[in-house]
Every structure is written in C-alpha cells, then in structure tokens.
Design a protein around this ligand. Structure first.
Ligand SMILES: NC(=O)C1=CN([C@@H]2O[C@H](COP(=O)(O)OP(=O)(O)OC[C@H]3O[C@@H](n4cnc5c(N)ncnc54)[C@H](OP(=O)(O)O)[C@@H]3O)[C@@H](O)[C@H]2O)C=CC1
Ligand SMILES: CC(=O)[C@@H](O)[C@H](O)COP(=O)(O)O
Ligand SMILES: [Mn+2]
Length: 393
C-alpha cells in the first residue's frame, strides 16, 4: 500500500487524481487531502477515500469542515500551518495541485520530507526552479512532472542522451480566442476567456491558456525541469491538443508524445512511475482523427511568449516576479478592472520596475527571498492596476 496526499484535492487536477486513487482501494491509503473553499467536496472525498486528515486552507472554514466530518474519526485542520503539516505527513507520493504561487511552500515541504512529488503546480518551478531541484536532490525525493507537456517531454526523453537533443517543442492549443480577429481581443470578457477548446481545467489556467501566459509559464517550467538552454525551446500551436510535446535530436529525428486530452494520463503516469499501468483514458484512433495541424504562434496575439523569453534570459528571481504580476493581472481581469490584452502590459511594467529598482532579483534562491519577490511584484502590479494606467476603456 502506498500512502498518498493530495494538495488541492478539490480542484480539476485534484479530482482527476481522486478518480484514479478511488479505482484502486487496495493499492493506496490516503494520508491527507487539502482543499480551499469547497468544503462539501473535500469532506465527501475524505470519507470516500478514508483519508486520515482533511485540511482547508482557510481558517474561517474550520467549523464547516469539522461539522461535515463529524463522527467519521477523520482528523480536521485549517489554515496555512495545517496545510504545511499536511504536506509533511508521511505519504509516499504527494500530488501538488494547489493553483498559483500558494502551492510553492507546501510542495517544497513535501519534497524536503522526501516524498515523491507529482508536480502539477507549474508555478513552483517558475518561481523557484533552482531551489526546488536542489531540495529534491538533497532529500533524495523524486520529482515527477504532471503538466501534460512536461510529462510528455519526460516520457520522450527517457533513456535519451541530453547531449543529442537540439530542440524541445511544446504545443499550445491557441486557447479560447485563437480564431478571433486580433483587434477584438481587447474587448474579450472573463466569461469568454474561461472556456477551452480541448481541456476541462480550473478557471485560472483556462484564462492563462487564452492569453498564452500558461505557455509562458510552461516554457520556464521546461527550462528549469530539464535544465534546457532557452534558445532550444519552441512553442507550436497545435489545435487538436493530442501531440503534447516533441524532442528533436541532432540527427534530425523528432520523437513526439501523443495522448488524449485527459489529464488522467499524465497524473496516472506520475502515480505509477516508473511502471506503466492500464489507465482509464481514451485510446486515440489516428485514422479517425485524420489530421494533426501545426502553426507558428503570432507574437502580437500572444505577447506572453516574449515575456517568458525575457524572464528566461534575465533569470534570478524574475520568474517569481512575473508569476506574481500575472496572478494579480489575472485577478484584475477576472474582476473586469483591466482588459484581456492589458494583462501582459501589467506584467511587462512590473518586470521593468523590478529589473531597475529591486536588488532582490539577484538574491539567493531561498524561500524567503522568493516570497519577498512575490510580495513586491504583487504590490507593484496592484499599484499599476489601481493607477488606472491599465484600466478597461
Ligand atoms: N487543470 C489542469 O488540467 C491542469 C492544471 N495544471 C496546474 O495544476 C494546478 C492546479 O490547477 P487546477 O486543478 O486547474 O486548479 P483548480 O482551480 O481547479 O483547483 C485549485 C485547487 O487549489 C485549492 N486552492 C486554491 N487557492 C488555494 C490557496 N490559496 N491555498 C490552498 N489551496 C488553494 C482549491 O481549493 P477550492 O477549490 O476548494 O477553493 C483547489 O483544490 C495549477 O498550478 C495549474 O496550472 C497543470 C496542467 C493541467
Ligand atoms: C492540460 C495541460 O497541460 C494544460 O496546461 C494545457 O497545456 C492547456 O492548454 P494550452 O495548450 O491551451 O495552454
Ligand atoms: Mn500544460
């Protein structure tokens, strides 16, 4: 029996993980499940999986969770401290599926304790790549990617000599607005941006897919995870979301990873790694699919890609700054305070300021410095939003 903890169990990745665990009750015990506001779902899954501990990230939801699990014997806790304790429980495998920079500290805590960490939370590597890899190396913990492109790269790179890799290509669906006239993007609403052509995911990553900030984060995630030179990482728009990533070798050969647009493949791969097991996902019928298409991304439509290049070249704590500014810009967009295309403007202004007036950008990669950079960038981004420079017109 393997002990499992799911951080962010009530979200899209969390629920796909719960689905896989629930199918094999004889193979897994559940140490802890964590969630946020969705107390009913957290309590339901804690009961269903027989979790030892259920944690809500919000102190003020403790009484609700306690009531929902009364009489079950399941331990209940709330707040940031409880989240960290859940991450450090003696699980063999921990899923990191909290959304945003909030997932960084709990994921690191699990790695420090030596649990295998299945990493869906891409912000972890964007904000603190060197710290995360160094923590895993020190504790001996396995770090297994879950983001579909990175799981695909991991699988395509198995047994390959990195010295023969000359290109790494990650695919992008193009998001909700890929067929919109460019001039209409400025007026896109949060509701319109919250749909995805192929994947069912949480709202934040769905909007990030529309702006391609998701792909921007993924470029940095790939650079950090696989120690890549940014110059060899490419993005190609692939409308079908069936080819997730490709690896090009110096002899001209390209290895591609294909799979259904169902995160249970990448989650199941990480759960069973290094073994492969039968997973409850659709098998692709290539003859029925007929054609796979590829296009170059338009830089005017997707300014986030150039921002990622800038961050990869600048290095240091600029990834933490970019992510924090993006999270604020996304909140402001979802609240209709700035327009869709202004998210990239806010992030650019924050990076301009961080690069000139904050010595912190070249500080050592420790958690305190990363979190300080996160806070400074958030403050700068809110100043920018509140100043009206990026207001919806
Ligand atoms: N969804 C997908 O298919 C993919 C997601 N990812 C990445 O995985 C991560 C999770 O994404 P997704 O599942 O879509 O997100 P969701 O929004 O669906 O779920 C987020 C989870 O985190 C919890 N949560 C939210 N805020 C906090 C916080 N401040 N502290 C603690 N817990 C919190 C939520 O609780 P509650 O809902 O109860 O409030 C929920 O359990 C993201 O980093 C995303 O980029 C990567 C590849 C694919
Ligand atoms: C499923 C997954 O990994 C997402 O990150 C996906 O990549 C989003 O789709 P986009 O290609 O539109 O960003
Ligand atoms: Mn992805």
């Amino acid at each position: 029996m393997r002990g499992i903890t799911i951080l962010g169990a009530t979200g899209s990745i969390g629920q796909n993980t719960v689905d896989l665990i629930a199918r094999r009750p004889d193979d897994f015990t559940v140490e802890a499940l964590t969630g946020g506001h969705n107390i009913d779902l957290l309590a339901k899954d804690a009961r269903r999986l027989g979790a030892k501990l259920a944690v809500t990230a919000h102190d003020n939801r403790y009484a609700d969770l306690k009531a929902a699990l009364s009489g079950t014997g399941i331990e209940v806790a709330a707040g940031q401290g409880a989240l960290m304790e859940a991450a450090q429980r003696p699980a063999d495998w921990v899923m990191s599926a909290i959304v945003g920079a909030a997932g960084l500290a709990p994921g690191l805590a699990a790695l420090e304790r030596g649990a295998a960490l299945a990493l869906a939370n891409k912000e972890t590597l964007v904000c603190a790549g060197p710290l995360v890899l160094e923590t895993a190396a020190r504790s001996g913990a396995d770090l297994i990617p879950v983001d579909s492109e990175h799981s695909a790269l991991y699988q395509a790179l198995l047994g390959e000599d990195m010295a023969s890799v000359e290109r790494v290509i990650i695919t992008a669906s193009g998001g909700a607005f890929r067929d919109w006239p460019l001039e209409q993007l400025a007026a896109a609403t949060p509701e319109q941006a919250s749909t995805h052509p192929n994947w069912a995911m949480g709202q934040r990553i769905t909007v990030d897919s529309a702006s391609m900030f998701n792909k921007a984060l993924e470029l940095i995630e790939a650079k950090e995870f696989f120690h890549l030179d940014p110059e060899i990482i490419e993005v190609v728009v692939h409308r079908e979301s069936l080819v997730h990533a490709l690896v090009g070798h110096i002899d001209g050969g390209i290895l591609a990873h294909l799979g259904p647009a169902d995160m249970r493949h990448a989650i199941g791969y990480a759960l069973n790694w290094p073994a492969r097991v039968d997973l409850p996902v659709e098998r692709l019928n290539l003859a029925k699919i007929g054609q796979l298409t590829f296009e170059a991304p338009d830089p005017a439509r997707y300014p986030a890609l150039a921002i990622a290049q800038r961050v990869m070249r600048r290095g240091g704590l600029s990834g933490a700054a970019m992510n924090a500014a993006k999270e604020v810009a996304l909140d402001a967009f979802l609240d209709s305070r700035i327009g869709f295309m202004q998210m990239a403007e806010v992030v650019t202004r924050v990076l301009d300021r961080i690069e000139t007036d904050s010595g912190l950008i070249d500080a050592a990669f420790d958690l305190d410095n990363v979190l300080s950079m996160d806070q400074i960038a958030r403050a700068y981004a809110w100043e920018n939003v509140n100043s009206g420079v990026a207001a919806v017109t």
